[in-house]
Design a protein around this ligand. Structure first.
Ligand SMILES: Nc1ncnc2c1ncn2[C@@H]1O[C@H](COP(=O)(O)OP(=O)(O)OP(=O)(O)O)[C@@H](O)[C@H]1O
Ligand SMILES: [Mg+2]
Length: 260
């Protein structure tokens, strides 16, 4: 699905991503782990078109997508979840879903303004789809809640829900579990697994929680200092000397890694 070849992203003289090459197989839930500052989020941002690479290439289904802007990638089905925009917090959960760009038909609202019948049909269809998503995520009861009032975990579910309003192929999740309570974390994990099995979504998931990674991801790719250090099953990765070394080298605040 995604192939990254010798990717570099420098910030001044600092090599945040320093020659990373990796493959995300179609149909997989691939984990991306590594110590703080390893370059994981930067790699995501380059793949998703948020940051241009310094050098290297990114392919999606063998098509060179290097440097394409996020909205173009979005239409190709490559999505990266973002924190809900501040201005959306006063809208309801259901409205947030209905506002996902690309969920509406191609015409702008202005062009279709006079075609009210069509707008109504379109709105009804969007609402139906939004409610389906809410059911899938087991948060239908929050449909009319303002997004700003949601808990951290519920916001993460809504972010995931936004990827379901369009036909996503590959979804990049950066620390969806951060600050989320255990119950909601498992709801998020279940939603990811179901999207993967039932809708064929491919995922690439950055997460520090090794329980979450172990339950969800195969394979797991480990980054350290801008490079790919290892790849394998979660069990193999946790036994890998170089990986343990990389985590220890950061001063070991990673109880996640040790506790797992
Ligand atoms: N816009 C930027 N300007 C300068 N340096 C940056 C920028 N973005 C990231 N960096 C640096 O690049 C390195 C990699 O950052 P990145 O956020 O990709 O790491 P990460 O693996 O996602 O870490 P974490 O697990 O803490 O989220 C860090 O040292 C960071 O300070
Ligand atoms: Mg990060």
């Amino acid at each position: 699905m995604i192939r990254v070849e010798d990717l570099h992203r420098h910030f001044g003289g600092f090599h945040a991503v320093d020659g990373a090459s990796l493959t995300i197989e179609t149909g997989s839930i691939t984990g991306l782990i590594g110590p703080n500052g390893a370059g994981k989020s930067t790699l995501f941002n380059v793949i998703a078109g948020v940051l241009p690479p310094t050098s290297g290439r990114v392919f999606m289904d063998n098509e060179d997508i290097t440097g394409l802007p996020p909205h173009t990638l979005f239409h190709k089905g490559l999505l990266r979840t973002f924190q809900l925009a501040h201005e959306f917090s006063s809208m309801t959960v259901r409205e947030n879903l209905m506002m996902v760009p690309g969920a509406q038909s191609g015409e702008t609202i202005w062009k279709t303004w006079l075609q009210r019948g069509r707008i109504w049909r379109e709105e009804a269809e969007l609402r139906r789809r939004a409610d389906e998503v809410l059911d899938f995520l087991t948060i239908r009861h929050l449909a009319h809640e303002k997004a700003g009032n949601l808990s951290g975990g519920q916001k993460k579910l809504l972010e995931l829900g936004r990827t379901m309003m369009v036909d996503a192929k590959v979804v990049f999740l950066d620390e969806v579990g951060a600050g989320v309570n255990r119950t909601l974390l498992m709801t998020i994990a279940d939603a990811i697994i179901r999207l993967n099995r039932e809708r064929g979504y491919t995922f690439c998931v950055i997460e520090h929680d090794m329980d979450f990674i172990g339950k969800l991801c195969d394979p797991v790719i480990v980054m350290a200092e801008g490079k790919v250090l290892a790849q394998g099953s979660a069990a193999d990765i946790m036994k890998n000397e170089a990986v343990i070394e990389a985590y220890l080298g950061t001063g070991l605040k990673n109880k996640d890694m040790v506790g797992a």
